[in-house]
Design a protein around this ligand. Structure first.
Ligand SMILES: Nc1ncnc2c1ncn2[C@@H]1O[C@H](COP(=O)(O)OP(=O)(O)O)[C@@H](O)[C@H]1O
Ligand SMILES: [Mg+2]
Length: 310
Protein backbone atom coordinates (compact mmCIF):
# COMPACT_ATOMS: atom_id res chain seq x y z
CA UNK A 1 0.00 0.00 0.00
CA UNK A 2 1.19 3.49 -0.82
CA UNK A 3 1.86 5.55 2.31
CA UNK A 4 0.07 8.90 2.32
CA UNK A 5 2.52 11.79 2.13
CA UNK A 6 2.32 14.50 4.79
CA UNK A 7 4.59 17.57 4.82
CA UNK A 8 4.77 19.59 8.03
CA UNK A 9 6.07 23.16 8.00
CA UNK A 10 6.58 24.18 11.59
CA UNK A 11 8.47 24.56 14.82
CA UNK A 12 11.05 22.38 16.52
CA UNK A 13 11.84 23.02 20.20
CA UNK A 14 13.71 21.55 23.12
CA UNK A 15 11.54 21.73 26.26
CA UNK A 16 13.56 21.86 29.48
CA UNK A 17 11.31 21.17 32.45
CA UNK A 18 12.02 21.36 36.16
CA UNK A 19 9.91 19.86 38.96
CA UNK A 20 10.00 22.26 41.93
CA UNK A 21 8.27 22.32 45.34
CA UNK A 22 7.34 25.96 44.80
CA UNK A 23 8.20 28.66 42.27
CA UNK A 24 11.29 30.79 43.13
CA UNK A 25 10.89 34.47 44.08
CA UNK A 26 12.79 37.20 42.22
CA UNK A 27 16.56 36.87 42.97
CA UNK A 28 16.04 33.52 44.69
CA UNK A 29 17.87 30.30 43.73
CA UNK A 30 16.14 27.03 44.49
CA UNK A 31 16.93 23.38 43.89
CA UNK A 32 14.69 21.42 41.51
CA UNK A 33 13.52 17.93 42.42
CA UNK A 34 14.42 16.82 38.93
CA UNK A 35 14.73 17.99 35.34
CA UNK A 36 14.18 16.64 31.85
CA UNK A 37 14.92 17.72 28.28
CA UNK A 38 12.18 16.67 25.84
CA UNK A 39 11.86 17.42 22.16
CA UNK A 40 8.75 19.26 21.10
CA UNK A 41 7.36 22.25 19.26
CA UNK A 42 4.00 21.95 17.55
CA UNK A 43 5.54 21.24 14.16
CA UNK A 44 7.74 18.38 15.32
CA UNK A 45 4.99 16.93 17.55
CA UNK A 46 2.45 16.92 14.71
CA UNK A 47 4.98 15.43 12.28
CA UNK A 48 5.79 12.60 14.69
CA UNK A 49 2.09 11.88 15.28
CA UNK A 50 1.54 11.64 11.50
CA UNK A 51 4.61 9.41 11.04
CA UNK A 52 3.67 7.04 13.88
CA UNK A 53 0.20 6.76 12.35
CA UNK A 54 1.84 5.55 9.13
CA UNK A 55 2.30 8.63 6.94
CA UNK A 56 5.45 9.21 4.96
CA UNK A 57 6.25 12.48 6.73
CA UNK A 58 8.59 15.28 5.71
CA UNK A 59 9.48 18.18 7.99
CA UNK A 60 10.40 21.69 6.88
CA UNK A 61 11.82 23.55 9.87
CA UNK A 62 14.89 25.21 11.34
CA UNK A 63 17.16 24.38 14.29
CA UNK A 64 20.45 25.74 15.59
CA UNK A 65 23.85 24.05 15.33
CA UNK A 66 23.73 23.47 19.12
CA UNK A 67 23.30 20.18 20.96
CA UNK A 68 19.52 20.62 21.34
CA UNK A 69 19.31 20.83 17.55
CA UNK A 70 21.41 17.61 17.32
CA UNK A 71 19.03 15.92 19.74
CA UNK A 72 15.94 17.08 17.85
CA UNK A 73 17.40 15.72 14.59
CA UNK A 74 18.18 12.35 16.20
CA UNK A 75 14.67 12.16 17.69
CA UNK A 76 13.06 13.06 14.34
CA UNK A 77 15.16 10.45 12.49
CA UNK A 78 14.37 7.76 15.09
CA UNK A 79 10.71 8.42 14.32
CA UNK A 80 11.24 8.04 10.59
CA UNK A 81 10.84 11.69 9.57
CA UNK A 82 12.34 12.82 6.27
CA UNK A 83 14.45 15.90 7.10
CA UNK A 84 15.12 17.06 3.51
CA UNK A 85 13.56 20.42 4.42
CA UNK A 86 15.51 20.99 7.63
CA UNK A 87 17.72 24.08 7.89
CA UNK A 88 20.43 24.70 10.52
CA UNK A 89 21.61 28.15 11.56
CA UNK A 90 24.69 28.94 13.65
CA UNK A 91 23.83 32.44 14.87
CA UNK A 92 20.70 31.50 16.85
CA UNK A 93 19.92 28.70 19.27
CA UNK A 94 17.30 26.02 18.61
CA UNK A 95 13.87 27.07 19.92
CA UNK A 96 13.58 26.28 23.62
CA UNK A 97 10.95 26.34 26.32
CA UNK A 98 11.81 26.53 30.03
CA UNK A 99 9.06 24.98 32.14
CA UNK A 100 8.66 24.96 35.93
CA UNK A 101 6.00 22.69 37.44
CA UNK A 102 5.26 23.05 41.17
CA UNK A 103 3.73 20.61 43.68
CA UNK A 104 0.24 21.97 42.94
CA UNK A 105 0.69 21.02 39.28
CA UNK A 106 0.79 24.68 38.22
CA UNK A 107 3.34 25.71 35.63
CA UNK A 108 5.37 28.74 34.55
CA UNK A 109 6.67 28.67 30.99
CA UNK A 110 9.01 30.88 28.97
CA UNK A 111 9.46 30.20 25.28
CA UNK A 112 12.32 31.38 23.09
CA UNK A 113 11.41 31.11 19.41
CA UNK A 114 15.10 30.91 18.49
CA UNK A 115 15.86 29.25 15.16
CA UNK A 116 12.15 28.80 14.36
CA UNK A 117 12.10 32.53 13.52
CA UNK A 118 14.74 31.90 10.83
CA UNK A 119 12.47 29.73 8.64
CA UNK A 120 11.84 32.13 5.75
CA UNK A 121 9.64 32.28 2.66
CA UNK A 122 12.86 31.77 0.61
CA UNK A 123 13.41 28.45 2.40
CA UNK A 124 9.93 27.37 1.33
CA UNK A 125 10.59 28.31 -2.29
CA UNK A 126 13.84 26.30 -2.10
CA UNK A 127 11.87 23.28 -0.87
CA UNK A 128 8.70 23.90 -2.91
CA UNK A 129 8.90 20.32 -4.28
CA UNK A 130 8.41 18.96 -0.74
CA UNK A 131 5.15 20.93 -0.56
CA UNK A 132 3.86 20.33 -4.08
CA UNK A 133 4.66 16.60 -3.90
CA UNK A 134 2.67 16.05 -0.68
CA UNK A 135 -0.89 14.72 -0.33
CA UNK A 136 -1.47 17.25 2.46
CA UNK A 137 0.48 20.06 4.12
CA UNK A 138 0.11 21.08 7.78
CA UNK A 139 1.37 24.27 9.37
CA UNK A 140 0.97 26.19 12.65
CA UNK A 141 1.96 29.61 14.03
CA UNK A 142 5.20 28.94 15.92
CA UNK A 143 7.06 30.05 12.77
CA UNK A 144 6.77 33.50 11.08
CA UNK A 145 3.32 34.33 9.70
CA UNK A 146 4.80 35.24 6.29
CA UNK A 147 6.30 31.76 6.07
CA UNK A 148 2.93 30.20 6.91
CA UNK A 149 1.23 32.31 4.24
CA UNK A 150 3.84 31.29 1.64
CA UNK A 151 3.43 27.61 2.54
CA UNK A 152 -0.34 27.81 2.14
CA UNK A 153 0.00 29.68 -1.17
CA UNK A 154 2.56 27.28 -2.69
CA UNK A 155 0.32 24.34 -1.75
CA UNK A 156 -2.85 26.01 -3.06
CA UNK A 157 -1.24 26.76 -6.46
CA UNK A 158 -0.31 23.08 -6.77
CA UNK A 159 -3.80 22.02 -5.56
CA UNK A 160 -2.32 20.31 -2.51
CA UNK A 161 -4.77 20.23 0.41
CA UNK A 162 -3.79 22.31 3.45
CA UNK A 163 -4.51 21.96 7.17
CA UNK A 164 -3.73 25.09 9.21
CA UNK A 165 -3.64 24.77 12.99
CA UNK A 166 -3.72 28.47 14.06
CA UNK A 167 -1.77 27.87 17.24
CA UNK A 168 -0.78 29.89 19.13
CA UNK A 169 -3.45 32.38 18.02
CA UNK A 170 -1.13 35.30 17.17
CA UNK A 171 -2.57 38.59 15.83
CA UNK A 172 -1.96 37.33 12.25
CA UNK A 173 -4.08 34.19 12.74
CA UNK A 174 -7.36 35.75 11.59
CA UNK A 175 -5.81 36.98 8.32
CA UNK A 176 -4.34 33.59 7.48
CA UNK A 177 -7.33 31.31 7.91
CA UNK A 178 -8.77 32.16 4.48
CA UNK A 179 -5.64 30.69 2.82
CA UNK A 180 -6.19 27.15 4.13
CA UNK A 181 -8.58 24.36 3.12
CA UNK A 182 -9.14 23.26 6.73
CA UNK A 183 -8.46 25.08 10.00
CA UNK A 184 -8.26 23.38 13.39
CA UNK A 185 -8.22 25.84 16.31
CA UNK A 186 -8.78 24.62 19.89
CA UNK A 187 -11.22 26.42 22.17
CA UNK A 188 -8.89 29.20 23.36
CA UNK A 189 -7.56 29.89 19.86
CA UNK A 190 -11.15 30.03 18.57
CA UNK A 191 -11.95 32.48 21.36
CA UNK A 192 -9.01 34.74 20.54
CA UNK A 193 -9.84 34.76 16.82
CA UNK A 194 -13.67 35.12 17.04
CA UNK A 195 -14.47 36.39 20.55
CA UNK A 196 -16.68 33.30 21.05
CA UNK A 197 -15.56 30.63 23.53
CA UNK A 198 -16.78 27.24 22.21
CA UNK A 199 -17.60 24.70 24.91
CA UNK A 200 -20.63 22.84 23.50
CA UNK A 201 -22.44 22.29 20.21
CA UNK A 202 -24.30 25.63 20.18
CA UNK A 203 -21.30 27.82 20.99
CA UNK A 204 -19.07 25.81 18.62
CA UNK A 205 -21.58 26.30 15.81
CA UNK A 206 -21.63 30.07 16.43
CA UNK A 207 -17.83 30.16 16.47
CA UNK A 208 -17.61 28.08 13.27
CA UNK A 209 -19.92 30.57 11.53
CA UNK A 210 -17.72 33.44 12.74
CA UNK A 211 -14.64 31.66 11.38
CA UNK A 212 -16.38 31.15 8.01
CA UNK A 213 -17.22 34.87 7.98
CA UNK A 214 -13.45 35.47 8.24
CA UNK A 215 -12.96 33.33 5.13
CA UNK A 216 -12.44 29.85 6.57
CA UNK A 217 -13.52 26.93 4.35
CA UNK A 218 -13.72 23.71 6.39
CA UNK A 219 -13.49 24.13 10.18
CA UNK A 220 -12.66 21.66 12.93
CA UNK A 221 -12.82 23.14 16.43
CA UNK A 222 -11.30 20.98 19.19
CA UNK A 223 -12.56 21.47 22.76
CA UNK A 224 -10.41 19.15 24.91
CA UNK A 225 -12.50 16.62 26.79
CA UNK A 226 -15.67 18.37 25.50
CA UNK A 227 -14.94 16.84 22.07
CA UNK A 228 -14.86 18.54 18.70
CA UNK A 229 -17.06 20.21 16.10
CA UNK A 230 -16.72 19.66 12.36
CA UNK A 231 -18.04 22.03 9.69
CA UNK A 232 -17.30 20.64 6.24
CA UNK A 233 -18.83 21.40 2.83
CA UNK A 234 -21.88 23.02 4.39
CA UNK A 235 -22.56 20.14 6.84
CA UNK A 236 -21.88 20.44 10.56
CA UNK A 237 -21.62 17.81 13.27
CA UNK A 238 -20.59 17.74 16.93
CA UNK A 239 -18.75 14.72 18.38
CA UNK A 240 -17.99 13.87 22.01
CA UNK A 241 -14.45 12.91 23.05
CA UNK A 242 -13.66 9.35 24.14
CA UNK A 243 -13.92 8.97 27.92
CA UNK A 244 -10.49 8.13 29.32
CA UNK A 245 -8.64 8.74 32.60
CA UNK A 246 -6.45 11.58 31.39
CA UNK A 247 -3.00 11.77 33.00
CA UNK A 248 -1.51 14.59 30.92
CA UNK A 249 -3.42 16.57 28.27
CA UNK A 250 -0.21 18.24 26.98
CA UNK A 251 0.05 17.89 23.22
CA UNK A 252 -3.38 16.27 22.68
CA UNK A 253 -4.07 18.79 19.93
CA UNK A 254 -0.75 18.02 18.22
CA UNK A 255 -1.48 14.29 18.13
CA UNK A 256 -5.00 15.08 16.89
CA UNK A 257 -3.70 17.26 14.02
CA UNK A 258 -0.94 14.85 12.96
CA UNK A 259 -3.30 11.88 12.76
CA UNK A 260 -6.01 13.99 11.10
CA UNK A 261 -3.51 14.88 8.37
CA UNK A 262 -2.47 11.26 7.89
CA UNK A 263 -6.04 10.08 7.33
CA UNK A 264 -6.95 13.07 5.14
CA UNK A 265 -3.84 12.41 3.04
CA UNK A 266 -5.25 8.94 2.39
CA UNK A 267 -8.41 10.72 1.15
CA UNK A 268 -10.67 10.14 4.17
CA UNK A 269 -13.52 12.59 4.84
CA UNK A 270 -12.99 15.23 7.53
CA UNK A 271 -15.33 13.53 10.04
CA UNK A 272 -13.79 10.07 9.40
CA UNK A 273 -10.32 11.49 9.84
CA UNK A 274 -11.40 13.31 13.01
CA UNK A 275 -12.59 10.05 14.58
CA UNK A 276 -9.14 8.49 14.14
CA UNK A 277 -7.56 11.73 15.38
CA UNK A 278 -9.80 11.80 18.45
CA UNK A 279 -8.92 8.18 19.27
CA UNK A 280 -5.20 8.94 18.91
CA UNK A 281 -5.50 12.06 21.10
CA UNK A 282 -7.43 10.10 23.76
CA UNK A 283 -4.62 7.51 23.79
CA UNK A 284 -2.03 10.29 24.06
CA UNK A 285 -3.57 11.84 27.18
CA UNK A 286 -3.16 8.49 28.96
CA UNK A 287 0.62 8.98 28.73
CA UNK A 288 2.72 11.60 30.57
CA UNK A 289 4.55 14.23 28.52
CA UNK A 290 4.18 15.13 24.87
CA UNK A 291 7.32 13.25 23.73
CA UNK A 292 6.44 9.63 23.05
CA UNK A 293 2.71 10.22 23.61
CA UNK A 294 1.63 9.62 19.99
CA UNK A 295 0.28 6.10 19.33
CA UNK A 296 0.95 3.98 16.25
CA UNK A 297 -1.72 2.98 13.74
CA UNK A 298 -2.47 -0.44 15.22
CA UNK A 299 -2.99 1.09 18.68
CA UNK A 300 -5.43 3.60 17.18
CA UNK A 301 -7.33 0.83 15.39
CA UNK A 302 -7.46 -1.38 18.51
CA UNK A 303 -8.76 1.54 20.57
CA UNK A 304 -11.51 2.23 18.01
CA UNK A 305 -12.50 -1.45 17.93
CA UNK A 306 -12.73 -1.51 21.73
CA UNK A 307 -14.74 1.72 21.76
CA UNK A 308 -16.87 1.01 18.70
CA UNK A 309 -20.17 1.92 20.35
CA UNK A 310 -18.99 5.20 21.92
N1 LIG B 1 -9.07 14.55 28.46
C1 LIG B 1 -9.35 14.11 27.24
N2 LIG B 1 -10.04 12.95 27.04
C2 LIG B 1 -10.33 12.49 25.80
N3 LIG B 1 -9.96 13.12 24.66
C3 LIG B 1 -9.29 14.28 24.79
C4 LIG B 1 -8.93 14.84 26.05
N4 LIG B 1 -8.25 15.99 25.85
C5 LIG B 1 -8.20 16.15 24.51
N5 LIG B 1 -8.80 15.14 23.85
C6 LIG B 1 -8.99 14.97 22.39
O1 LIG B 1 -8.01 15.71 21.74
C7 LIG B 1 -8.61 16.77 20.96
C8 LIG B 1 -7.69 17.97 21.00
O2 LIG B 1 -7.54 18.43 22.34
P1 LIG B 1 -7.57 19.99 22.70
O3 LIG B 1 -7.36 20.12 24.17
O4 LIG B 1 -8.79 20.59 22.12
O5 LIG B 1 -6.30 20.54 21.90
P2 LIG B 1 -5.01 21.36 22.47
O6 LIG B 1 -4.07 20.31 22.95
O7 LIG B 1 -4.53 22.09 21.27
O8 LIG B 1 -5.52 22.27 23.58
C9 LIG B 1 -10.00 16.96 21.55
O9 LIG B 1 -10.92 17.45 20.59
C10 LIG B 1 -10.35 15.53 21.98
O10 LIG B 1 -10.84 14.78 20.88
MG1 LIG C 1 -6.71 21.91 25.25
Amino acid sequence: MKHPKVTVIGSINGDISFAVDKFPMANETILAKGSALCMGGKGLNQAIAAARAGAQTTMIGCVGTDSIGDKAIAYAKDNGLDLAGLKRVSHTMTGTAGILVNNAGENMIVVSTGANACLTTDDLHTHADLITGADIVITQLEIPADTVRAALNIAAKARVRTLFNPAPATPEAADLIAYADIISPNESETHIITGIYPHDETSASQAARALCALGAKDVLITMGEAGYYVFSQGQSEYFTAFKVNAVDPTGAGDVFNGVLAKVLAGHGSLSDAARFASAAAALSVLRAGAEGAAPDWSQIQDFLTQNATV
